[in-house]
Ligand binder design. Structure first.
Ligand code: HEM
Length: 403
């Protein structure tokens, strides 16, 4: 993978993003910071200063502490991670955002419960089967990124939300635009278009309800939830529900290709795949700039430092998942490691609502792909795979394989 050289900072602060010489590994600079100072001052790509949290305990402490929020008292001047409107800076009103988030979570949670997701599992498995069959029928080579890692999460979230087949790839342009690292104009246009798309979607579901989450939200509370609010929830789900998963699917396949011994172990007996998926989620590195962001709502002591009111805090989960205080041989990919929760999907009251869905998609793919294609291999060396640098969520541009 080609990575940009480390930028030097006039104040001597480490500058994000760190150089990542190995696609499957956390940047050495992040692990070095973790060993020396798990809460460190860094410079973001926008030139702002932030606190980078790389320690496992510290990351969980920030997640669990309401004095760290997603909004900022003065959003216009708040420190940012990137230009992207939605992902680069604070969101929502300082006074109401914490309660709004809880409300949104409570509204959505029933539709993504483990029970609902179990009922949806056969559909996810059937979709995976048919996508793999299509890849096989088209014959080698194939780009698993486009033909599987993008198609599956997009199809799954669109089926859940009731997005028509013809619209499924239109919204992806916008979600990628929203995540643009440097082009604020593109990010703004994309967000406007995404919102207009979800508003049309809600209007359609009001007129012709279906068996999907948006139609159900339209019916909830006797149909009194405002359309604009449902459109906002839909946009949030379209965004949260696919790009993150695309990146992890690519990396899960790569990890298994790079570690045939671990692949064998993951399938050695029934019941081994689920812990293997947890280990994959622990070690995946998305390569993007996007991390979980918080802004201190008051002065808060954390480890050896005090985070100042209004400061930006960047939770670097990939480094926290390799904290040697918590995980033995933390940089080793070991599917039989004793279970210990990672922080890839967040923690506590902020834990990812899509977690059961993500696990299901990873299991559906991994349990099938290597039996259908026992000779699956990359057609380019791992270090020539192209990373996507223009979007905060990172990931690969392509995953070229043959079998
Ligand atoms: C591997 C893929 C995924 C990863 C790594 C991931 C990661 C995360 C993380 C770290 C958070 C906490 C964010 C924060 O507190 O600032 C989160 C929240 C969330 N995720 Fe995911 N996610 C993934 C897939 C999904 C999917 C498929 C959905 C679709 C339903 C989803 C829906 C959500 C929602 C709605 C929240 C907000 C929860 C809240 O605010 O309480 N995620 N996710």
């Amino acid at each position: 993978m080609v990575t940009s050289p480390p930028a030097t900072d006039p104040d001597g602060l480490p500058r994000l993003p760190f150089r990542q010489p190995d696609l499957l590994e956390v940047p050495p600079e992040a692990l070095d910071l973790q060993a020396r100072c798990p809460v460190s001052r860094v410079r973001t790509p926008t030139g702002d200063t932030a606190w980078l949290v790389t320690g496992y305990d510290e990351v969980r402490r920030v997640y669990a502490d309401d004095r760290f929020g997603m909004s900022h008292r003065s959003p216009q001047t708040a420190p940012r991670l990137g230009a992207s409107l939605l992902l680069g800076g604070p969101n929502g009103d300082f006074d109401t955002q914490p309660a709004e988030r809880l409300k949104a979570r409570a509204r959505l949670a029933p539709y993504f419960s483990p029970k609902r997701m179990r009922a949806f599992r056969p559909r996810v498995e059937a979709l995976t089967e048919s996508m793999l069959a299509a890849i096989e029928a088209a014959g080698p080579p194939a780009d698993l990124h486009a033909d599987l890692s993008v198609r599956l999460p997009v199809t799954v979230i669109c089926e859940l939300l009731g997005v028509d087949e013809r619209d499924r790839y239109r919204f992806r342009e916008w979600t990628q635009g929203v995540a643009d690292v440097s082009d604020r104009e593109r990010s703004l246009t994309a967000l406007t278009e995404l919102m207009s798309f979800t508003q049309d979607l809600v209007a359609r579901k009001r007129a012709e309800p279906g068996n999907d989450v948006i139609s159900a939200l339209c019916r909830d509370e006797d149909g009194t939830i405002p359309d604009g609010y449902i459109a906002f929830l839909a946009a949030m789900l379209l965004f949260a529900g696919h790009e993150t998963t695309v990146v992890r699917l690519d990396h899960a396949i790569l990890l298994m290709l790079a570690h045939p011994d671990q692949r064998t172990a993951a399938f050695a007996e029934p019941g081994r795949l689920a812990p293997a998926v947890e280990e994959i989620l622990r070690v995946v590195v998305h390569g993007g700039v996007r991390e979980t962001l918080r802004w201190a709502r008051e002065d808060v002591p954390l480890g050896d430092v005090t985070i100042g009111d209004g400061d930006l805090v960047v939770l670097y989960s990939a480094a926290a998942n390799r904290d040697a205080q918590v995980f033995g041989n933390p940089c080793e990919f070991d599917v039989s490691r004793p279970p210990r929760p990672h922080v890839t999907l967040g923690f506590g009251a902020h834990y990812c609502l899509g977690a059961p869905l993500v696990r299901m998609e990873l299991e559906a793919v991994l349990s099938r792909i290597f039996t259908r294609f026992p000779g699956l291999h990359l057609t380019v060396p791992m270090d020539r795979l192209e990373a996507r640098r223009e979007v905060l969520t990172g990931g690969l541009a392509a995953l070229p394989v043959a079998w």
